[in-house]
Design a binder for this molecule. Structure first.
Ligand SMILES: [Zn+2]
Length: 244
């Protein structure tokens, strides 16, 4: 499915996340795979990362663009929501709703709505409610009303059984490279040594998670997602993932 030529910003798939580097950890392989299939993909980061222990917001902006290139993302933007203080306010909902109208995605990827970090679960609720607002005809915030057809949740940060997994076996290495593009965060260094694991440890963790979710679906590496709706099946003989 290609984007409408009338709108140069139009995307097929938009991933919304609280922090730069969240998408790289939770659904970067899927975004790359979708781009390789010919879909136009985008990333909206709600914050710019000014509270990070390592590096500045400018460093992170540069690194986020490098990561976007590796993931073949067509569009990436960061809003000015304060880092560490993602709140589900009317103002923030309008900011996200405006982006949804401008980029008209068919599919929206949000973080899962529970988790350890308040920014992550707040981004989930905020994103969902922004989708609702974006479709209200009488809400005048520029651009035409639009709601994504499908909202799915990237669950990697939370220990919950996904409703489906995307096979990212062929995208796994590039996805890891996109995470490592955040050099100020992930290269081995003194600052924040106590809270940031060494690169080899990160690699082992990322691989273990991708292997685990891949195993659930019978592939090598996978990324987990949850949809609130039921699955719809046309032909029983084509349902993937082996039962026995
Ligand atoms: Zn995060």
């Amino acid at each position: 499915m290609s984007a409408t030529p009338a709108n140069p910003l139009a995307l097929d798939i938009l991933a919304v996340a609280a922090h730069r580097d969240d998408v790289e950890q939770t659904c970067g392989g899927t975004l790359l795979k979708m781009a390789q299939m010919g879909h136009r993909t985008g990333i909206l980061d709600l914050t710019k990362g000014e509270m990070g222990t390592r590096g500045s917001a400018e460093d992170r902006a540069r690194e986020a663009l490098d990561a976007a290139k590796i993931l073949c993302v067509s569009w990436r933007h960061a809003l000015d929501v304060p880092d560490g203080r993602v709140e589900n306010t009317w103002e923030n909902r309008l900011k996200v709703a405006r982006v949804i109208r401008e980029t008209t995605p068919r599919v929206l990827i949000l973080p899962y709505w529970e988790g350890r970090h308040p920014d992550h679960y707040t981004a989930s609720i905020l994103g969902y409610e922004a989708c609702f607002l974006a479709g209200l005809k009488k809400l005048e915030i520029g651009a035409e009303p639009h709601r994504p057809f499908k909202i799915i949740y990237a669950t990697l940060y939370y220990d919950i059984r996904p409703t489906f997994v995307v096979d990212i076996t062929d995208q796994f290495e590039a996805r890891f490279d996109s995470l490592m593009a955040y050099k100020t965060q992930f290269s081995d260094q003194e600052a924040g040594k106590g809270i940031f694991p060494a690169r080899a440890e990160i690699r082992a963790r990322v691989e273990a998670m991708a292997r685990y979710y891949g195993m659930l679906a019978g592939v090598t590496y996978g990324e987990p997602f949850l949809q609130k709706e039921v699955g719809l099946v046309e032909d029983l003989t084509l349902i993937p993932v082996k039962s026995i």
